[in-house]
Design a protein around this ligand. Structure first.
Ligand code: SF4
Length: 380
């Protein structure tokens, strides 16, 4: 299968914001720059740099109050819920940070769910009340070809009104086939926008192609995918740089794919295969600053938070801009119905609470957990 090949016009924006220019703004940002950014209704890129700067780290409480207000105004008191199904952990790519990589050296069964097994997993999750599902695969043309993913989406739609995929980059006409099968959302992380780092951690497979990956998410939007989620894998590169580029990308997509709702995820690397070292770990406080800065720059974007984070931190982040949370996740193919108990998992979820416990925590925080898709209502 071929991947997207047309360069994204967003490449020009990226080229106009090289690392040195962003670092220059961030390093020089003063308290007055932060104040100016906090007073603006619509933030410019220079304001974003100020909010990502060390100067803004001293103003987090103020940023949190504003971010909270923005999120309430835009999304109300609701947190959407979703759950992932890993369809396959077989992967021909070699991303150094990932347990599924073909040369990760990680032990565990490699398997791809059959159509019957997909059904069983869907039934198990639908019984919990979930209505938004995310289907994931590795990057392997034989183990999980497009026809298989089309079939998986069609099966999942029998159980869930909202079905998204997190798979390899496709071309527009390929996304259209998924839309025709009932697909609503695509999650596609750039992982890092920093080209040198990107080349260092993506050693093999289609994912090596930076341009194809960058262009794929807007191809999905042009194909009629109504929910687009992007993000950087936090820890690969300086969070301030990737945060800056992610925010620009989200704003670009909001204009370019105006019929789609754009969301940002904040996956943070913790446990990685032994061959990978997390070069740029970020603290909880830095994660909070990143989310606040992006919330103020992107008031209309959804924010997704996965079970990679600790329960206590997830509960606190509800107040700071999060709009969608996963719950009760397994990262093994067949992990919900015990079909895949010996299957290799992609990463170990840290928040191990049941969906019911996460729902209770959302309620305690003063929010309404929403099983159905409120993003769709927002777009329409
Ligand atoms: S990140 Fe995705 S493409 Fe890369 S090795 Fe893991 S599953 Fe494969």
């Amino acid at each position: 299968m071929k991947t997207a090949s047309k360069p994204s016009p967003f490449t020009k924006t990226l080229d106009s914001w090289p690392e040195a220019r962003i670092r220059g703004l961030i390093t020089k940002a003063t308290d007055a720059d932060v104040t100016r950014a906090l007073r603006r209704d619509i933030l410019q890129a220079e304001d974003l740099a100020a909010l990502l700067s060390p100067a803004a780290a001293l103003r987090l409480e103020e940023m949190a109050r504003l971010a909270h207000r923005q999120t309430r105004r835009q999304f109300g008191r609701i947190i959407g819920l979703y759950v992932p199904i890993y369809l396959s952990n077989i992967c021909a790519a070699d991303c150094t940070y990932c347990a599924y990589a073909c040369h990760s050296g990680q032990e565990g069964e490699r398997r791809t769910l059959t159509p019957g097994e997909i059904r069983t997993e869907c039934e198990t999750l639908a019984a919990h009340g979930f209505q938004n599902l995310l289907l994931l695969t590795g990057d392997h043309p034989q183990a999980a070809p497009l026809d298989y993913i089309v079939q998986a989406v069609a099966i999942a739609r029998e159980y869930f009104p909202g079905v998204s995929v997190e798979i390899y980059a496709l071309k527009e006409e390929e996304y259209r086939r998924l839309v025709d099968a009932g697909l609503e959302g695509v999650t596609l992380y750039m992982e890092t926008y920093h080209r040198e780092t990107y080349a260092q951690v993506h050693l093999k497979g289609r994912k090596k192609d930076y341009a194809a990956r960058l262009g794929a998410i807007e191809a999905a939007g042009h194909a009629g995918v109504r929910r687009l989620s992007i993000g950087a894998l936090l820890g690969l590169c300086d969070w301030r740089l990737d945060g800056f580029w992610t925010a620009l990308h989200a704003r670009y997509l909001q204009k370019e794919c105006w019929q789609s709702a754009v969301a940002v995820s904040f996956p943070r690397l913790f446990k990685v295969p032994p061959r990978h070292t997390i070069a740029h770990p970020l603290s909880d406080k830095e994660l909070v600053q990143l989310m606040l800065a992006l919330r103020l720059f992107l008031p209309e974007a959804g924010f997704n938070l996965s079970t990679r984070e600790r329960p206590g931190l997830r509960d606190r982040l509800i107040h700071l801009g999060v709009t969608m949370m996963s719950a009760g996740s397994s990262t093994r193919p067949g992990g919900y119905s015990h079909l895949g108990d010996s299957a290799l998992e992609q990463f170990e979820p840290v928040d191990r609470r049941t969906p019911e416990e996460v729902v209770a925590a959302i309620r305690r925080a003063g929010y309404d957990p929403v099983w159905k898709d409120f993003d769709r209502a927002f777009v329409e």
